[in-house]
Structure formats: C-alpha cells, structure tokens
Design a protein around this ligand. Structure first.
Ligand code: NAD
Length: 435
C-alpha cells in the first residue's frame, strides 16, 4: 500500500517508520528541510527508543523515504496521514492552521481515490472542516478518517507496533476496509480495532488524555494532603491501585504533568466545552492543581534553604518532562528553573537525553553537566525532577561527599525516606512526610 505521512514529528515519524516496518511503502513529508535532510542521513531530530534502527532499516530497504515535496508525496499515495502539530492558540483552543493547510494541499494533489487520515489531535468537528478544505480543490473521490494516536513518548515505537486498541472514526465502507487492512498487522494479538463515527473518535482522544491528567492531578493533591496528615502516599497508592476498578497505572505523584499533549489537550477540551456551554468543572480543577504542583519542588526547596536560596547552587537531575524522552515541552523542570533563577539561585543540570534541547531553550542561563554526578560538586541541594532509571539507585555516599549541604528534594519519590534519614540527608519527597 502506498502511504504518505505528512508531518514528521514524534507521531508522524514513528507512524511512518512502523507502517514501513510492516511492509507499507511509506513517504514521510515535512516542510522542515533540515529535519528531512537529517532523516535522509538517518539522523533523527528526536530521541525515541528503537526508532533510529527502524528508520535506518526501512530506509535502507527502500520502504521508507523522506521529502519536503508534500504535493508530490500526496500524488503518489493511496492513504495520507495528517500528523502535523496542533499547538494551543492564545485562547487555549487547538490551532488547526497546519491541519487545514495540509488538507488543501491534499485536495490539490490527489491523483486517485484517497483515504485521508487525521492522526493529529484535533477537536470534535475537525473532520468536517478537513473534508470541506479538501473538497474545495478535489476532483476525485476521497474519504476522511479520524485515527487518534495514543502512543507515549519514550515508548512510542512499542505503543505503535503493539497498541492497546486502534480507534477509527470512519463514514464509508471503503475507508473502513482500507484502514482494517492497514492496521491488521498491528492487532494480530487480538487487540481491538474500534470503529466509530468521526466525532466520537475525535472525542475519544481528548477524553483519554483528560482522564489521565485527572488521575495525575488527583494523586498529586492526595499526596499533598498525605503530607499534611502524616500519611504515606506510596502506601495509599498501593492500597487503592490494587482495587480492580482503579488499577495501578498513573497513580504516581510527582512534580505535575507536562509534555506536548496533556497540557494542551486539557486546555483545548476546556475551550470546546466552554464554546458549547457544557462546562467541565473537573478539568478546570485538574489544570489549576497541575499549575500548583509544578511549583511544589521549588516550595519544598525554599522551605529547607529559606533565605539561603539566593546565591545558592542547585543541582537538577532531569530536564525532560518524563523519562525516556528528550521532550521538554511544558516540563516541570522549566517551571522550577525559572523560579530558581528568579530567586537568585544558580542551576547546574543533567539529563541523559534532553541537554541539547535545554541548550536550545535556555542557552547559558543554566549550566549542564556531562554526568549526573558532575552536577553535584559544591551544590547546596540536589533536586530530582525526572524519573530516569539511572537516577534510581545512585551512590548516596558519593552524592553526600559532593554536595556542599546534604539536601535532596525528590520530585519522583525514587528514594526511601528512612534510608535517606539514616544516611544523614535532609530529604523531602512528595506526600511521604518529612524526614
Ligand atoms: P511535532 O511538533 O513533533 O511534529 C509536527 C511536524 O509537522 C513538524 O515536523 C512540522 O515541521 C510539521 N509540519 C507543520 N506544518 C506542516 C505542513 N504544512 N506540511 C508538512 N509538515 C508540517 O508534533 P507531534 O508531537 O508529532 O504531534 C503531532 C500531532 O499528534 C499533534 O496534534 C499532537 O497533539 C498529536 N499527538 C502527539 C503525541 C506525542 O506524544 N507527541 C501523541 C499523540 C498525539
């Protein structure tokens, strides 16, 4: 099957590589020439486990090609995926400029009956707008499909190759059969393809992300309450997570959710709900709680250092919004860094994948260390922001020797409070009491 994926970011590149891996003939198109030139040399613009090998293999075997000529890529396709960004507009709604631009290009360049699949996260009603934008130019039949993507950055390849489910909003039998054929290799283990109407598919993506964000904010607020009441949120988490109605995932408290999806999708869904006069009060609170939580690590550090924060050096472990990615969009680390710099502290940070991105965003405002231990010498405190595996079992004696003061603020509850106390650290974490 000839497949074109327009937009070669996290979603488009992963989708393109995985569709090629299962035998599709895939063209990935993007307007970003530097990105495409790099990809032709197997240089990936993002860090995503397993992706580099997948791109290199499929490119070498001729099933995956890259181009900046979006029109030509459309002309050769039987199925076109739209995977461009939908960033938040000033009012929080999803900006559809790129999606609708691409739809017009598709209408102008299609050369046969075409299935057009929206993979970008777009508000309910967008399929109809995509349809209209294509129809303005189209001379041949086409079918619009909504196929929201549920991959997680850091596990994107695995999630795409082995999805929990595939959601497909379709309105014609032709689109249904083409999409069933295309996704068949990914659901061989019996995971469902769930067909539905277009608005329901579009809504499913927002409802899923809003639900996950709600769990995070809920647990963060429960953790903060545990702190006040002398309860331990780790035990509470296990206690509730073993209830089959609740389940154990997404119950870990931390420094607040970030990334390119939850913050923007929560905002966009809130905006949609306001527009149609059906307010989502729960989500208002979710967002507010998250904004508060992103300032939690700074508050814990200020409690310990007090006036000493001005002029202090703070070591940060973790810059990405979560482990296994270099993505710093809306990362809690950025909020913390801004607060620390405003308070007159210096920051020296380490991240296994996101330091190039940090350099691009922050330049010389912070220092970066080549290893996590190199961030420590002479620092007045260590703050753990991201739950990278390599931060889980560090050499505590080495940390203590290197720090000017034995202060550890653990934003991910990676360490055992009793052990940290025994080792002589002043230790704070999220919702597990004070040492
Ligand atoms: P991204 O910013 O990483 O990539 C978007 C790409 O689209 C960029 O390379 C950009 O150059 C390209 N582009 C923009 N306009 C274009 C045009 N007119 N023609 C061709 N290319 C164009 O974005 P992303 O993280 O891959 O997200 C894409 C969409 O998928 C968003 O709607 C997002 O909400 C959704 N999504 C993202 C994730 C995730 O984890 N990142 C997961 C699920 C869904």
């Amino acid at each position: 099957m000839n497949i074109t994926v327009i937009g070669t970011g996290y979603v488009g590149l992963v989708a393109g590589a995985c569709l090629a891996e299962t035998g599709g003939q895939v063209v990935c198109a993007d307007v970003d020439r530097r990105k495409i030139d790099g990809l032709k040399r197997n240089e990936l613009p993002i860090f995503e486990p397993g992706l580099e090998a997948l791109v290199a293999r499929n490119q070498a075997q001729g099933r995956l090609t890259f181009t900046t000529d979006v029109g030509a890529a459309v002309a050769s396709a039987e199925v076109v995926f739209i995977a461009v960004g939908t960033p938040p507009d000033e009012d929080g709604s999803a900006d559809l400029t790129h999606v609708l631009e691409v739809a017009a290009v598709i209408g102008r360049h299609q050369s046969r009956e075409l299935v057009v699949v929206t993979k970008s996260t777009v508000p309910v009603g967008t399929a109809a707008r995509v349809h209209a934008a294509i129809a303005t130019h189209a001379k041949l039949p086409f079918h619009v499909v909504s196929n929201p993507e549920f991959l997680k950055e850091g596990a994107a390849v695995d999630d795409f190759l082995k999805p929990d489910r595939v959601v497909l909003g379709v309105e014609t039998d032709y689109a249904r059969s083409v999409m069933a054929e295309l996704y068949a290799p990914f659901v061989r283990t019996g995971k469902p393809i769930i067909f539905m109407d277009l608005p329901s598919a579009e809504m499913t993506k927002y409802a899923a992300n809003a639900m996950l964000a709600t769990r995070i904010s809920f647990m963060n607020e429960i953790a903060n309450l545990c702190e006040q009441l002398g309860a331990n949120v780790d035990l509470v988490r296990k206690g509730i997570g073993s209830d089959s109605r609740i389940g154990p995932s997404f119950l870990f408290p931390g420094p607040g959710y970030g990334g390119s999806c939850f913050p923007k999708d929560v905002k966009a869904l809130l905006r949609t709900s306001e527009e149609v006069g059906s307010p989502l009060r729960v989500l208002d609170a979710v967002e507010e709680a998250n904004e508060r939580q992103k300032r939690r690590l700074f508050a814990l550090l200020r409690d310990v250092l007090g006036e000493g924060l001005r002029g202090a050096t703070v070591a940060l472990w973790g810059l990405a919004f979560k482990a296994q990615t270099d993505d710093m969009r809306e990362s809690p680390a950025l909020t913390l860094i801004e607060e620390l710099l405003a308070a007159g502290a210096k920051v020296i940070a380490h991240d296994p994948a996101a330091m190039r991105e940090a350099g691009r965003r922050l330049g010389p405002r912070i220092a970066c260390a080549p290893s996590n231990y190199d961030a420590l010498p002479g620092a007045d405190a260590l703050v753990v922001v991201t739950d990278w595996n390599e931060y889980r079992f560090p050499d505590f004696a080495r940390i203590k020797r290197a720090l000017a003061r034995p202060i550890v603020i653990d934003g991910r509850n990676l360490y055992d409070p009793a052990k940290m106390r025994l080792l002589g650290f002043t230790y704070r974490s999220i919702g597990r009491g004070r040492e």
